[in-house]
Design a protein. Sequence first.
Length: 347
Amino acid sequence: MSLLILGIESSCDETGVALVRSTGDAAIPTLLSHALHSQIEMHQAYGGVVPELASRDHIRRVLPLATQVLAESGQTLADVDVVAYTRGPGLAGALLVGAGVACALGAALNKPVLGVHHLEGHLLSPFLSADPPEFPFVALLVSGGHTQLMRVDGVGRYEILGETIDDAAGEAFDKSAKLMGLGYPGGPALSRLAEQGDAAAFKLPRPLLHSGDLDFSFAGLKTAVLTQAKKLGDELEARKADLAASTEAAIVEVLVKKTLAALKQTGLKRVVVAGGVGANRHLRAQLNAACAAAKVRVHYPELHLCTDNGAMIAMAAAMRLQAGQQQANSDYAFDVKPRWPLDAITV
């Protein structure tokens, strides 16, 4: 049975809305249209996301974006079969906006709703690409707040192999950038600056690289960057590109080698990279080279779908429904889960 799914993402500082068509068979659902508004410019003055401002902006943006998506796809609200939304994890107030709008739409249309795990959205976002993966695979999920390696055997069938014990890779990028005075958002700014620097200029630590497990730790790297920046003193401005390149190289080396270790441990020959850090050019180049040498297929979401977006939420909902992992419901009382481990996704 064909289903038209409207997806709403509002977990942090991007408002995303999308329409996905599921045919109900084994075919991968199709993205019909999506629209995204980023709040980066609004939060730049504060050097980071201000939760209350984020929530208020989601309220302003979500319905106009939904109208835009429907118009671009040639659909109407009456055509929508399921309304999906990000239930968590994320900022509580921001999540409540998306959940409230989704459940209100569902009730008004007398259509069921489905709360989606934000990280599952990222995890399944490569299925929106021109080169979608096949199950099973190892997933490297790298975003601002999460760094995890997982074995993925199917929709809803996830085994966490390793995760960060402190700062995530995205936090390491952002915090290191802030130490260098690069502003917000720091990660992309650091990566751009790193292209002009020498990655071997500074010897920075690769935390847990030889730990024998698949966990990550990036807090110590941030401290090492701070120490190096203080040592440089007045020379920091002239050496900033080198420090950025050395920082990026340290993060990427850990991510690549841990991913290869996960592939070896599981015996799988396919890897998926998802989350905002997955857009990093240096990470893609290094991982592509390493996987080619190991004869492993590697898949990414399209670059414009690496950040938070409604398309990944609609796709995750479609794939869960298609796999029979979850049923949409018509109970329009809702809650959100600001903290929600991916391995607790059964409800």
